[in-house]
Ligand binder design. Structure first.
Ligand code: NCD
Ligand code: ZN
Length: 353
């Protein structure tokens, strides 16, 4: 295969940040994706509808001329999210999901939920109005090994939550383990249209790398993200899930930009910046399984079906043509290091239309 034409894809998990950082991050996503689910973990977090409306306006104002990129907004769940806030968000038509960060789990999650029981009234309302719940599925218990936090979250919390709210639409975000893939496959029934209630997004970096990548010849901060990369058996299970043609698994880059100096430091931020070469990275992953023909469903169909959105019109074409990923890109008043910086990529974005 020398070229690959996809329906214009969507990114169902994206961090755009705000201000000057957003102005530099956004064009990369708008170049490749028609729509993206925008994460609400700003400082302060996007908790109320009005904040989401304002953030959306700032994103639209920062788009390159001629871009028709659509930001799909989310709200950040806190202990104080009420059923009325859920209903108001649903009525707005602008908010497409609520995001659950266990308090302290990751970047800017201090205002996250301290105990799931506290948000049961909000979850009940989300189930009733058909508002999806997006979960950062890691326990924050410091006694739990960092590599086990996803599996423990599923066993301690997600199984019970899914049983308590069987009709609630749930996305387990950026899954990293065989355990998560198996749970989503087994626990999630498809409806008459073949759409799952419980689904998972998978990043390109978790499909391409195992945890050795963080330690190859020394400490490699640009491979540090949360949930952290896992061992090779898990990566293989994620590749199985992503390339299986199962509608429970779809694309979410979790592109999480952090300036170079906040990654290359004594206590570096978690997050891989993949927006600049997202589809090229997914092509490399799918090619490992000789499954490029499955990328269109994963990138352009299953996620839209889950969210009840129409498929995009237009296409995105990639060609097999080697290129070097830049060592750095401009980012606010500093620079950012994209994933695979300085390395050769086999696939190149050719055209969008
Ligand atoms: C994300 C960020 O930087 O906002 N970081 C990451 O490692 N993925 C937060 C998140 O999604 O966990
Ligand atoms: Zn994220």
């Amino acid at each position: 295969m020398q070229t690959l034409t996809l329906t214009r894809p969507d990114d169902f998990h994206l961090h755009l940040r705000d201000g000057a950082a957003m102005r530099d991050a956004l064009p990369w996503s708008a170049r490749q994706f028609a729509r993206a689910i925008i994460m609400p973990n700003l400082k302060p977090p996007v908790v109320r509808l009005q904040q989401a409306l304002d953030y959306r306006d700032r994103i639209l104002a920062a788009l390159p001329a001629g871009s028709d990129f659509t930001p799909l907004m989310t709200l950040y769940l806190t202990d104080d999210t009420t059923p009325e806030m859920v209903e108001e968000a649903r009525t707005s038509g602008v908010v497409h999901a609520f995001k659950l960060y266990p308090a302290g789990a990751t970047t800017n999650s201090d205002s996250g939920v301290t105990e799931l029981k506290r948000i049961y009234p909000a979850l009940e309302a989300m189930q009733r109005v058909g508002m999806p719940l997006l979960i950062h599925g890691e326990v924050t218990d410091p006694d739990v090994d960092v590599f086990d936090r996803e599996a423990v979250f599923i066993d301690r919390h997600l199984v019970a939550l899914h049983r308590a709210f069987p009709e609630l639409k749930i996305v387990l975000e950026h899954i990293t383990t065989a355990h998560a893939a198996a749970y989503v496959r087994e626990a999630s029934e498809l409806d008459a249209q073949g759409v799952p209630r419980l689904a998972a997004t998978i990043t390109a970096h978790h499909l391409l790398h195992n945890r050795n990548a963080m330690f190859r010849g020394g400490l490699r901060p640009h491979y540090y993200c949360l949930p952290v990369l896992k061992r090779e058996t898990h990566r293989q299970a994620l590749l199985d899930a992503a390339t299986s043609g199962d509608p429970r698994f779809f694309l979410g880059t979790d592109s999480a930009p952090h300036a170079r100096n906040t990654k290359e430091t004594a206590c570096g931020c978690a997050g891989c910046f993949t927006a600049a070469n997202a589809l090229e990275l997914y092509c490399a992953a799918f090619e490992q399984r000789d499954a490029l023909q499955r990328l269109d469903d994963f990138a352009s169909r299953f996620g839209a079906a889950f969210y009840g959105l129409p498929r995009n019109s237009g296409t995105l074409t990639l060609e097999r043509s080697a290129w070097d990923v830049p060592a750095m890109l401009p980012y606010a008043d500093a620079e950012i290091v994209p994933l695979h910086a300085g390395e050769v990529m086999e696939w190149r974005l050719a055209a969008a239309g």
